[in-house]
Design a protein around this ligand. Structure first.
Ligand SMILES: *Cc1c(COP(=O)(O)O)cnc(C)c1O
Length: 370
């Protein structure tokens, strides 16, 4: 933690108190990087060519990424003004929080969830209201409904939940949104939507035209399923006036022409890319099942990652994985998230997981019932 007194200028105290950003560890050549939920497949050849063709580096990009918006509007049966593109969906999250919530306002989200949420709320100067997950690592919508006050300005729902894995069901989501005041923004963060195989899952873009709820904005990204994490491109689908507000809170021209071209080329190759997504989802199911068989209590896994509730042992166990050339993501005191990576990584993960679970004390939260 940075001490405010270390900073040579005056900084907002809540910013000074933030821990410096730490990215998932970069892997050496012989290690598998399973710490950032990246796609192990490289982009398809057409995607690389599209990026290489976008050579006007001396020119600013199209400010609204209109071609990509048009393509996505067609794809999801919405008006072009109902689509907003950002440099990653995290940047759109930041815009939405900034546009809705300032000092004295509250932003509700489940916890543990995506690490960016608390940080975005602090930067906006708003107050985070964290609602603990249920024992099976799912959103607790009864408690989230109870947490709504006159101060609530935005609520973030993450499905599948990063880092724990379970989805929010469509029925849960619909019931929850019906209980949220109509002037409070609900952000449905579906960064891993393409990996979902549970038919009961919420899907903000299932119906043409979106959710039909003016206060719900759906976020998706090209970073995970489409394998473009390095290019930074994501999108929001929602009410045009809410998206205008997000745009007003954005840093202009952040989405590069290369990112837009890559996204367009990826959508053109969608069938082929989704084939790979299915491969990753199958690999995820094998991994989760294998972990349960060796004795871990793994919650439903619907993203491209699995969760080990390793509790106080998280750091030590992550170090054991690392010692075996597997870079995983520990959340101290809580658990370990392991991304579904290259095929050859699976057997290695299972081998280490089997050896470390034996050392967990009787009654530990990570121990399966078997
Ligand atoms: C990865 C991720 C995102 C988006 O990442 P971008 O690369 O900024 O598009 C958003 N939400 C969650 C929960 C994520 O895990």
């Amino acid at each position: 933690m940075t001490e405010a007194s270390d900073i040579p200028i005056r900084v907002r105290p809540e910013i000074a108190a933030l821990p410096p950003y730490k990215q998932g560890r970069q892997a050496g050549d012989d290690a598998f990087k399973l710490s950032s939920n990246e796609n192990p497949f490289e982009p398809l050849p057409g995607v690389l060519e599209a990026v290489q063709a976008a050579t006007a580096l001396n020119r600013y990009p199209d400010a609204s990424a209109a071609r990509l918006r048009e393509r996505l509007a067609e794809r999801f049966g919405v008006d072009i003004d109902s689509i907003h593109i950002g440099a990653g969906s995290v940047s759109i999250l930041a815009q939405l929080v900034l546009a809705t919530s300032g000092p004295g306002d509250e932003v509700i989200y489940a916890w543990r969830s995506f690490e960016a949420y608390p940080w975005l709320v602090v930067v906006a100067g708003a107050t985070a209201v964290q609602v603990p997950l249920t024992a099976d690592a799912r959103h607790d919508f009864a408690a989230m409904t109870d947490a709504i006050t006159d101060r609530t300005r935005a609520i973030i729902v993450c499905s599948p939940n990063n880092p724990t894995g379970p989805v929010v069901t469509q029925a849960e989501f619909d019931q929850f949104v019906a209980a949220v005041p109509a002037d409070v923004l609900v952000i449905l963060d579906e960064a891993y939507a393409e990996f979902v195989t549970d038919p009961d899952s919420v899907d903000g873009l299932r119906e043409p035209g979106g959710t039909g709820r003016p206060n719900v904005v759906v976020l998706r990204t090209f970073s995970k399923a489409f394998g473009l994490a390095g290019l930074r491109v994501g999108y929001a689908v929602g009410h045009p006036r809410i998206l205008d507000a997000a745009r007003s809170a954005s840093i202009p021209l952040s989405v590069t022409a290369q990112a837009e071209e890559a996204a367009l080329a990826s959508l053109a190759a969608e069938a082929e890319l989704l084939e790979r997504v299915r491969t990753i989802a199958d690999r995820r199911d094998c991994l989760a099942e294998g972990l349960r068989e060796v004795g871990w209590r793994v919650p439903a896994a619907q993203g491209n990652f699995v969760w080990l509730p390793a509790g106080d042992e998280s750091r030590e166990i992550a170090a054991a994985f690392e010692g075996a050339g597997l870079i995983v993501r520990p959340f101290a005191g809580d658990g370990i998230r392991i991304s579904v990576g290259e095929e050859e990584s699976v057997e290695k993960v299972l081998r280490i997981a089997a050896s470390v679970v034996k050392d967990l004390p009787e009654g530990h939260s990570g121990r399966g019932l078997a």
